[in-house]
Design a protein around this ligand. Sequence first.
Ligand code: IMP
Ligand code: MG
Length: 179
Amino acid sequence: MLHKDIDHVLVSEEEITEKCKELGVILSKEYEGRKPIMVSLLKGSVPFMAELMKRMTVDLEIDFMDVSSYSGTESEGDVKIVKDLDRSIIGEDILLIEDIVDTGRTLLKVRDLLYSKGAKTVKIVSLLDKPDRRVIDIDADYTGFVIPNEFVVGFGLDFNQKYRNLPYVGVLKEELYKE
Ligand code: IMP
Ligand code: MG
C-alpha cells in the first residue's frame, strides 16, 4: 500500500532488488582478488548498502561515515564530518555508497577526504542520480537509476528524517514540502 504522503512510486522495490543484483555482479568482478571497504554515507545509503553488500561475492569490509549537512529540501553549501571512519584506510580500495547524487557537493568533498586519508582507489556507487541539479562536475562510477528533478523519499532517503523506511523510492506530495 502506498504511503499517504507519496504522490507516486518512481523506483519499485523489485526494480531496486534487481538493480542491486546487477551491480553486485559487476562490482564483484571489478574487485576480484581485492578486499574493498564499502563505506556507507549515513544515513540515506544504509538500505542500499545492505541490499548491495548481499550481492557481492568478494571478501569485503564495511564502514560508515556521516557528512550530513542537509536540512529540508535544499542542499547546503558546506559539508561537515559528523562521524568519521573507524579505521585507517591507507592503501585500501574504497567503494563509497551514496543514496543520491544531487548537486555533487557531498561526493566531491567525501571523495577528496578519502584520498587525503590515503585510500588507494575510491569508486562511487549511487542508488540514484539527479543530473539536472548538478553544480559540481562529478559523477558516480556506478549509478542505479537516473531520475528527474523531483524531490524523492524512501529506501533510505528522507524529508526531515521521515520516510527512510519506505521499501521503494517515491515522489513526495508537493504540498508537504512547499509552503
Ligand atoms: P548533494 O551534495 O547536493 O549531491 O546532495 C546529496 C545529498 O542530498 C544526498 O545524500 C541526500 O541526502 C540529499 N538529497 C538530495 N536530493 C534529495 C532528494 O530528492 N530527496 C532526499 N534527499 C536528497
Ligand atoms: Mg545523504
